[in-house]
Design a protein around this ligand. Structure first.
Ligand code: HEM
Length: 150
């Protein structure tokens, strides 16, 4: 790969994570607004006794969605701030971080949209693997950041 195309692919990676992160933040902020509205209009589907599982899962989807959006923005800015990092990173970290950022909040969301009594819907099965992928992605990002500084 020439140094020019390396630079190009680095700025693609930076832009991709920053754009993805802002998009995700927007989406899950809007979920926060929907949750707020369900409080305002006292929607039983969300607030009734017996719906605690749904409320907890939708709140978790909102919280993890907004926070992972911010994590993606931070990753994009980290690549820009630590120039040595992009050469050692991006091959695995970038797709793993994006995959986890989709799996984790959508698992909570799907698990909360359809519940079975006190049990979450089947979407919840995305959460465990999503968390594992996130741990690996963040571990690799940490390693690449350390390498870039040495
Ligand atoms: C970056 C911005 C935001 C972050 C990091 C964030 C994070 C969180 C977190 C961590 C919780 C869980 C709190 C708890 O249960 O102890 C939460 C709950 C909540 N958020 Fe946000 N939030 C953000 C923006 C918003 C916005 C803009 C709205 C809507 C106007 C909103 C509406 C809500 C509501 C209604 C709950 C409570 C849901 C419930 O318990 O029924 N959030 N948020």
């Amino acid at each position: 790969m020439t140094s020019e195309s390396k630079l190009q692919s680095k700025s693609d990676l930076v832009g991709r994570h920053i754009q993805f992160g802002w998009g995700q933040l927007l989406l899950f902020l809007m979920l926060g607004v929907v949750l707020e509205a369900m409080h305002g209009f006292k929607i039983g589907w969300y607030l009734n006794a017996g719906e605690e599982t749904r409320r907890m899962l939708l709140t978790l989807a909102h919280a993890h969605g907004v926070l992972l959006g911010i994590v993606n923005i931070a990753y994009g800015l980290t690549l820009r701030g630590l120039p040595g990092m992009a050469s050692a990173t991006g091959r695995f970290e970038s797709p793993l971080l994006m995959t986890a950022s989709m799996m984790l909040p959508s698992g909570f969301l799907l698990g909360g949209l359809v519940t079975y009594g006190g049990d979450p819907g089947f979407g919840i099965f995305l959460v465990g693997p999503g968390a594992a992928v996130l741990v690996v992605a963040v571990g690799l990002i940490f390693r690449a950041a350390r390498k870039a500084r040495s």
